[in-house]
Design a protein around this ligand. Structure first.
Ligand SMILES: Nc1ncnc2c1ncn2[C@@H]1O[C@H](COP(=O)(O)OP(=O)(O)OP(=O)(O)O)[C@@H](O)[C@H]1O
Length: 544
């Protein structure tokens, strides 16, 4: 039912077309049963019923095709939109929120849940038409004899109630199966990302598989088998009950109700005709139930992914004609710790950065350098205080426009094959120039707006990330430990040539670095200690 209301919201027209075509298919199916029943009981009118039979066959074929194809378009359109909607929303959700939601949780929804949902949609056309066939069959039986139909309805109601009760346990197992998927995805992520560590230590690898992955996979298997076994039992008993029903109609009810042979045979043929749709439904039920759980997860994520920022033409809010000036005013950011005492607090911090400055952000591990960078880039929103650009505070409504002033190569950067920037010969030439300047011309080519390969060493991949950053040509650059993976020669090139070149082009540059040998290259060094700016001792005051 959830799936149908979801489809209704996607395209009423297609659903209406499918309903009408499906209704014609269902009714022609029911009429076929009536014609067969009449034909058997009227041998003198064979031509008449024969023509009607073949005409109805054709009508059923055409209408069924129309219904199935329109439902196919409807369901696949719905899946396509769902994938794009979720991706767009994810893109608009703050990085901090995404980190809180957890990568594995996002992945399981975007891949597994959407797939489960797609699988269920494959059943929809058949089930939809079957539902109409069943309705047509019931209508025909009511026309044949409504007291018989009432008895059948009473019998079916008891059966449905029993089915509902019997389904509870397998349904609970399937709900647990879905929860277990989150756990499994988390383990698979660790397995892939930690493959090197696990292979280096065979015992550790075995322990991970047998002690961490296997219990999760076993729990999944156990729940899934129990759930599906329950459904298999319920479905087979349900089908058997249907046959029993036919037996009761044929051999028990005639003892109480005097019915013409034509009515009895009509009922029997109709019920036999309905067995296939009922079996189809029983087979599809577990998949539909799993899709229900997946849909609930997708909906939950959809709500949690509320874009934190209203995208608008907010670029106008900043005065881009004036020299760029970024200011932090009492900015604070906290990461909650597991038990409260493990939390980390950056700030309150005041800082002013002027256009063209080359600033090094330094400090020990965990002192807050990357967190400060995230706040400066507008990827984290401060919990208190404000970030301002050219005197205008960055708020939810203009944070996206604010971020467009920056280009960054993070310590844990992601290298896209595609080149950023507007396509064209100029971008191609620029990219070639930078690839050459970074000494990668023998390794990488630029083809169709993308790097020919990204399968390179870490240091080389970082150089390509720098090429991509150069192509973005933003006013402010951030490099988080870029030089950490470079050889001494390129480290020197970076600090003594590349950074001064960028500065000469008027760029503002923020460099997170541990390379104290090159700190003298900076206009200013900002040192962090436990989330606070380190204020250097006033040697002049001491001297006095
Ligand atoms: N995702 C997170 N969730 C919770 N706490 C975090 C998270 N990331 C960082 N922290 C905490 O914030 C502190 C500062 O982290 P940050 O990454 O800013 O340090 P850093 O100075 O860049 O360190 P490094 O030199 O090791 O890269 C850390 O001590 C850690 O306790």
């Amino acid at each position: 039912m959830n799936l149908l209301s979801y489809l209704y919201r996607q395209s009423r027209q297609l659903l209406l077309l499918a309903t009408i075509a499906g209704a014609i298919a269902g009714l022609s199916g029911a009429a076929l049963v009536a014609v067969i029943n009449k034909g058997i009981n009227a041998p003198d009118r064979l031509w008449e019923f024969g023509l009607a039979f073949f005409g109805l066959c054709l009508l059923m074929l055409v209408s069924k095709l129309v219904a199935e194809i329109s439902l196919l378009h409807l369901t696949q359109g719905a899946i396509y939109r769902l994938r794009l909607d979720l991706s767009t929303k994810l893109l608009a959700t703050s990085v901090h929120r995404q980190q809180t939601l957890g990568k594995h949780r996002l992945l399981v929804i975007l891949t597994d849940d959407v797939n489960t949902f797609t699988n269920a949609f494959e059943f929809i056309p058949v089930l939809f038409i079957n539902a109409i066939v069943v309705s047509g069959g019931l209508a025909y039986m009511a026309w044949l004899s409504w007291p018989m139909l009432l008895m059948l309805a009473a019998f079916l109601s008891v059966g449905l109630l029993g089915f509902h009760m019997a389904e509870r346990r397998p349904l609970a197992h399937l709900a647990k199966v879905r929860e277990q998927k989150d756990v499994l995805y988390q383990h698979f992520r660790s397995l892939i990302e930690g493959a090197r560590e696990l292979q280096l230590n065979t015992e550790r690898g075995r322990d991970f598989v047998s002690g961490v992955l296997a219990p999760g996979a076993a729990e999944f298997r156990q729940r899934f088998v129990r759930g599906m076994r329950g459904y298999a039992i319920v479905a087979n008993i349900g089908t058997l009950l249907f046959y029993l029903n036919i037996g009761v109609l044929l051999f028990v009810i005639p003892h109480w109700l005097r019915l013409p042979a034509e009515t009895l045979s009509g009922f029997t043929i109709t019920l036999l005709f309905l067995i296939r749709p009922i079996i189809d439904l029983m087979t599809a039920l577990p998949t539909l139930r799993q899709a229900g759980f997946s849909l609930a997860k997708i909906r939950q994520l959809d709500q949690e992914l509320v874009p934190s920022e209203a995208a608008g033409d907010a670029a106008r809010a900043f005065d881009t004609s004036a020299p760029l000036s970024i200011e932090l005013k009492g900015v604070c950011h906290r990461y909650p710790g597991e038990s409260g005492d493990g939390s980390f607090m950056l700030g309150p911090m005041d800082l002013r950065i002027a256009q063209g400055e080359l600033i090094f952000i330094v400090g020990g591990n965990g002192s807050g350098k990357t967190t400060l960078a995230m706040l400066l880039l507008g990827l984290y929103a401060p919990e208190a205080g404000a970030v301002a650009l050219n005197g205008i505070d960055v708020t939810d409504s203009n944070r996206e426009a604010y971020r467009q002033h920056f280009s960054a190569v993070f310590a844990d950067f992601h290298l896209f094959e595609q080149l950023p920037g507007i396509a064209g010969a100029a971008r191609h030439q620029h990219a070639l120039h930078y690839v050459k300047a970074l000494g990668l011309q023998h390794k990488v080519k630029i083809e169709d707006g993308r790097f020919s390969t990204t399968n390179l060493s870490t240091g080389q991949r970082k150089r390509l990330a720098l090429v991509a950053a150069y192509l973005e040509d933003r006013p402010v650059y951030l490099f988080d430990e870029w030089a950490a993976d470079q050889d001494p020669v390129f480290k020197r090139v970076f600090y003594t040539e590349l950074l001064p070149e960028l500065k000469a082009r008027g760029k503002t540059i923020l460099v997170i670095s541990h390379d104290d040998a090159y700190f003298s290259a900076a206009d200013r060094v900002i040192k962090l200690e436990d989330g606070h700016l380190h204020v250097p001792e006033r040697r002049d005051a001491c001297a006095a």
